[in-house]
Design a binder for this molecule. Structure first.
Ligand code: UDX
Length: 438
């Protein structure tokens, strides 16, 4: 099939390469000429394990091309996937739909034959219906349908999640659109992947409900973590014990600094904003608490750091491990790690941040912080170290060696993934969020 993927960010670039891998002829489209140039030469514009290989393989097979032109897209595709961002609207908690709308306004007047437009972006419920009206007004041809097919990929695992998803969800308004999407995903459906075909509003809601549930799970365990801190109990065995209950499950129950990134935080806010617009905000107000518990973790980390330094952050040298919002990503959007680092700096601390992949993006977002990509450098002279993003390589650090570099062997594990007994045995004073101090 001839498929276009419009928007080549964290979602679209992987989706384009994934569709080509399934054997389709794919045109990826973006307004960012530099990004298109990078992708055309087989370079991923962001860090995503496995993506460069997938791009190169499919570009050389002749199945994957890129363009900046929506006119090219209109001519090329029988199925057009919309993968542009829906960030938080400035000054509001609602989603900003300007990029999605711009795609429809730029694509549809150029269409010359029937096709299927499939939204993948995370949107307020009702968007597909609204876009269908817009399409009917703008399209020079009839038989252009709007479907919704939410994406559940996780950054860092995006290639695997695209090619081997847990489930496929499609919202359609005709059997023909359903048949087209089954054909698009035939390679995945052959593997027995669950396929849920429903109406467009339900498909839109599946995505925001999934993100709201995941965020709730994380904030739930973090709220319990605060109770643990208050009474000297230990959140890790508690979470393990909860997770053994098959009805609860152990995933997304990792206590620590909480969630960030370009999806969960803004998606729960936009979900609540949409519910309020619909007059049923009352039922979803718990999402405001989920958000508040999450943001509060960052303040808790700053308070713990201040306490570990004897009550003042002024002129103290602090090493921060991690800048990305989570490991295996260079994405720093709403990064809890950088938010804490910036808060410490604003209280007068001298902060140096290490990250294996995200330093360049971090520098763009927080230019006033100091950065290094050498792990030994971040420890040099530090009076306190904060472990804020749980990169695998931090688990392999040698605390005995690092204690020779720091001014004080003192660490806060805000992600609960370090072997704190090992660090303590090497002479470090260790605090971990939600775990008893010593
Ligand atoms: C998320 C959803 O998982 C995905 O389905 C959706 O499409 C987009 O949003 P992503 O933002 O890539 O994906 O990250 P994810 O791996 O889900 O983690 C989200 C955040 O939660 C990260 O900041 C992570 O550190 C945090 N997290 C996750 C926890 O704090 N504790 C956990 O137990 C799990």
């Amino acid at each position: 099939m001839r498929i276009t993927v419009i928007g080549t960010g964290y979602l679209g670039a992987v989706h384009a390469a994934g569709m080509a891998q399934l054997g389709h002829d794919v045109l990826g489209v973006d307004v960012d000429a530099f990004k298109i140039q990078q992708l055309s030469s087989g370079h991923a514009p962001f860090f995503e394990p496995g993506l460069p290989e997938l791009l190169r393989q499919n570009i050389s097979a002749g199945r994957l091309k890129f363009s900046t032109s929506l006119k090219d897209a209109a001519e090329f595709g029988d199925v057009h996937f919309i993968c542009v961002g829906t960030p938080q609207r400035p000054g509001s908690t609602a989603a900003d739909m300007k990029y999605v709308d711009a795609v429809v306004q730029g694509l549809v007047p150029n269409l010359s034959r029937p096709c299927l437009i499939v939204g993948k972006s995370t949107v307020p419920v009702g968007t597909a219906a609204r876009l269908a009206t817009m399409v009917a007004e703008l399209s020079p041809v009839a038989q252009v349908e709007v479907a919704w097919n939410p994406e559940f990929l996780r950054e860092g695992f995006a290639v695997n999640d695209t090619l081997h998803p847990d489930r496929l969800v499609v919202g359609v308004t005709s059997p023909e659109a359903d048949a087209t999407l089954r054909e698009v995903y035939a390679g995945i459906l052959d593997a027995g992947t669950p396929y849920i075909s429903t109406d467009v509003a339900t498909a839109e809601l599946v995505k925001v409900s999934a993100n709201a549930f995941l965020a709730t799970k994380i904030s739930f365990i973090n709220a319990i973590s605060e109770i643990c801190e208050a009474v000297g109990a230990d959140i890790l065995p508690l979470a393990t014990a909860l997770g053994h209950d098959a009805r609860i499950g152990n995933r997304f129950l990792a206590p620590g600094l909480g969630f960030g990134g370009g999806c969960l935080p803004k998606d729960i806010r936009a979900f609540l904003a949409r519910a309020e617009e619909l007059g049923i905000g009352e039922s979803l107000t718990f999402l405001r608490n989920i958000d508040a518990i999450n943001i509060n973790r960052r303040q808790n980390a700053v308070d713990l750091a201040r306490g570990m330094l004897g009550g003042s952050l002024e002129n103290r040298r602090i090493a921060v491990l991690g800048a990305a919002f989570k490991p295996n990503s260079d994405d720093v959007r709403d990064s809890p790690a950088l938010s804490v680092a910036a808060a410490l700096q604003s209280h007068g601390a001298h902060v140096r941040v290490h990250d294996p992949e995200a330093v360049e993006n971090a520098r763009g977002a927080y230019p006033h912080l100091n950065y290094t990509t050498e792990v030994d450098k971040v420890f040099e002279g530090a009076e306190l170290t904060l472990h804020l993003t749980e990169w695998q390589e931090y688990r392999q650090l040698d605390p005995a060696h690092l204690s020779t570099l720091v001014t004080a062997p003192c660490i806060l594990d805000a992600r609960n993934t370090l072997d704190i007994d090992h660090w303590r045995a090497a002479g470090w004073t260790v605090r971990a969020m939600g775990r008893p101090g010593r």
